[in-house]
Structures are given as structure tokens and as C-alpha cells.
Design a protein around this ligand. Sequence first.
Ligand SMILES: Cc1cc2nc3c(=O)[nH]c(=O)nc-3n(C[C@H](O)[C@H](O)[C@H](O)COP(=O)(O)OP(=O)(O)OC[C@H]3O[C@@H](n4cnc5c(N)ncnc54)[C@H](O)[C@@H]3O)c2cc1C
Length: 276
Amino acid sequence: VIPAPFAYVRPASLDAALAALADPEAKAIAGGHSLLPVMKLRLARPTTLVDLAELGLRGIHVGDGEVRIGALTTYAELLDVDPRAGLPEVVRECAAAVGDVQVRNAGTVGGTVAHGDPASDLAAGLLAVDAHLVLASPGGTRTVPARDFFVGPYTTLLERQELLVEVVVPHLEPRRGSAYVAFEDPASGYPIVGCAAVVSVDGDAFGSCAIGLCGIGGRPLRASAVEAVFAAGAGTASPAALRAALAEAADLDDYRQHLAVLAIGRSVESARRRAA
Ligand SMILES: Cc1cc2nc3c(=O)[nH]c(=O)nc-3n(C[C@H](O)[C@H](O)[C@H](O)COP(=O)(O)OP(=O)(O)OC[C@H]3O[C@@H](n4cnc5c(N)ncnc54)[C@H](O)[C@@H]3O)c2cc1C
């Protein structure tokens, strides 16, 4: 498994990287952990790889009520972030669930989001916390909600000559807790189903929940039908109601549906305990 021949450039500025991507056969590369395997299978044959390593897009900055994560930040760096930065626990748990230590050392936050893998652990977390994505193109920058970004299998809102430069994660408001629960394929480590939940409480009472799912359907998705089930049941949801809500989101076989119901129930319960 050897990739087709390609050229390699390592621009020193965002403008230069975007200019290199004007070539329709060029492709950005970050950690290479998703791109190189598909190149080796010759499912992707870029003529030029545009390495994003020197663009200064690596690092985590704590802003006013938010954490800004540079697209080239690795999972390992995300897991190392100071707990006082206010990164929601669910984002940390999603990053910890990814692959093995080699993948977490090389794979980047921007790479997994841009790749649009339906089974991206981190995407589920970013959906649940209402993260925003900053995209740069020669025409300027735009910011899009994560919940609008994933449009189909390996398909996102990213235009050809556009790069994801930053992921903005808001701090959780008070009385909110978050958690991630996934069932993994034992061979690959990828989630068969993953559920990221953010739950708010008011005293002992359930307030609301936000649910991000991965591994089911054709894209990471925000499951508003599932959220509505918990809202209607004041924090409780029967397996039958969850199965019906999941059917609205994706056409699932019985096995995956069963795991999804378990992952949703466990992540919501854990997030609720943390919120309380
Ligand atoms: C053995 C193995 C196990 C894995 N297990 C898991 C798992 O359990 N859970 C999971 O979620 N993932 C898993 N992964 C996938 C891993 O998370 C992704 O490969 C990784 O996060 C992608 O990031 P990268 O930096 O390697 O992207 P790359 O491979 O460099 O790029 C991926 C794609 O995104 C594009 N791209 C990259 N960065 C940008 C950017 N900033 N802007 C625009 N486009 C960009 C590239 O052009 C390419 O099309 C696994 C991968 C491997 C190899």
C-alpha cells in the first residue's frame, strides 16, 4: 500500500497555505492519521500535500467564557490542558476515547472535524457543547456552529480553498454537567456509537439536555428528537421513546439502536449527576 506520487509544501503563513490550496488537486494535511491511510489505499490521490504545521494554529487559549482551540492542536495537548481553563469535561472525555496514544499524539482537533468522519468521538462532544468553528479562506473568515457543519459522510461545509483554523468551545454555564459514553469497536477503537450529553439542572429538577451522537447515521449529529424526549419526560426517557426518536435521526439496525439507547441513558445520567 503505497500512495500515488505527490509533491509536499510546508507554507509559513495562512495566506500562503490558502494560495497553495487554489490547486484543485492539492490537499491540506495536519496529523495525517486519516488522510494518509486513504492515500495509501489510493482512495485519495492529491498531487500536492499542503502541510499546516507552520501556520501557528497550534495551542489553546482561554478567553472570556470560552476556550479557543487552534486547529492543529493534538488530542494529547487537549488532554493536557489546565483543568482551570474551563474545558467541558465531555470534550476531554471525547478526546480521551480516541484511538490509542499514537493517534492522540499526532491526530489534531481540526483534522478530525474537517474530515467529517461520522464516527468522530470529538465531533459528538463539540455538537453537545454548541461549539463554533472558525473557517478561513482567501475571502476572509466565517464562523459556523458545529451543528450546521457536518452535512453527510465525510462531507462538511468546508469549501475547497478553505481551512478550519479554530474551534471555539463555550464554558458550561453554572448547574450544567457533561459526559461522554461510547461503545467501541474492539479492533479499531472507533466508536460503534458515542453519545455526548450536556445536562442542566434546577435544584434537583432536570432542566434540559443537549445530545451529540457519533457512529450512527451518516454524520456526527445533534439529536434534537432525543433531547425532546428527555424534555417531555422531565429528565426520564423510556427505551421505546428513545428508539423512536433515534429512528428519526438514522436508519439503525437493532444492535446499534440498543447500544445507542444505552449510551444516551448512561451519558445523560452521568452528566446530570455532575450538574447536581
Ligand atoms: C489507528 C487509528 C485509530 C483511530 N481511532 C479513532 C477513534 O477511536 N475515534 C476517532 O474519533 N478517531 C479515530 N481515529 C481518527 C483520528 O481521530 C483522525 O485521524 C484524526 O483526528 C484526524 O486528524 P489528523 O490531524 O490526522 O487529520 P489529517 O489526516 O491530516 O486530515 C484529515 C482530513 O482533514 C483535512 N484537514 C486537516 N486539517 C484541516 C484543517 N485545519 N482545515 C481544513 N481541512 C483540514 C485534510 O485535508 C484531510 O482531508 C483513528 C485513526 C487511526 C489511524
